[in-house]
Design a binder for this molecule. Sequence first.
Ligand SMILES: Nc1ncnc2c1ncn2[C@@H]1O[C@H](COP(=O)(O)OP(=O)(O)OP(=O)(O)O)[C@@H](O)[C@H]1O
Ligand SMILES: [Mg+2]
Length: 121
Amino acid sequence: MRTELVGRDAELGVLVNALEGALAGQPRIVLCQGEPGIGKTRLIEDLVQIATERGALVAWGLATDSFGAPPHWEWWQILRRVAKDIDVLKVADGLGSRRELAGRNWIADSWARGSRAGEAG
Ligand SMILES: Nc1ncnc2c1ncn2[C@@H]1O[C@H](COP(=O)(O)OP(=O)(O)OP(=O)(O)O)[C@@H](O)[C@H]1O
Ligand SMILES: [Mg+2]
């Protein structure tokens, strides 16, 4: 059973503020750091719930400390998820950065995998 989020009103407020900025077209990056077990993931899970309720597309990328993970592994995961709903190359066209993107095989590959996953699911 999931318990109530305790004592994180201020932190959640910062995150919701950033979410509202992003939804208004102002991209944001927030770094959340803290001791193991202090509640970073839990805080983000609560934000994800709020973001989903407000219509945002949420994509997770989990980093790993182990050797052997592909380069940019967390971004792969994020792009794969995003590419299920969004034509990444079309967005790149709109930004005039398709050539740059095409040179980055890992992005193109993520997009292709995301598209295939989208077709399958
Ligand atoms: N503010 C909170 N209110 C209620 N439960 C909490 C809170 N913060 C953390 N928890 C609970 O404590 C446990 C550990 O939290 P969590 O996994 O989010 O920590 P973490 O900082 O992400 O740890 P790690 O660095 O190991 O990834 C989870 O079961 C989580 O639900
Ligand atoms: Mg965690």
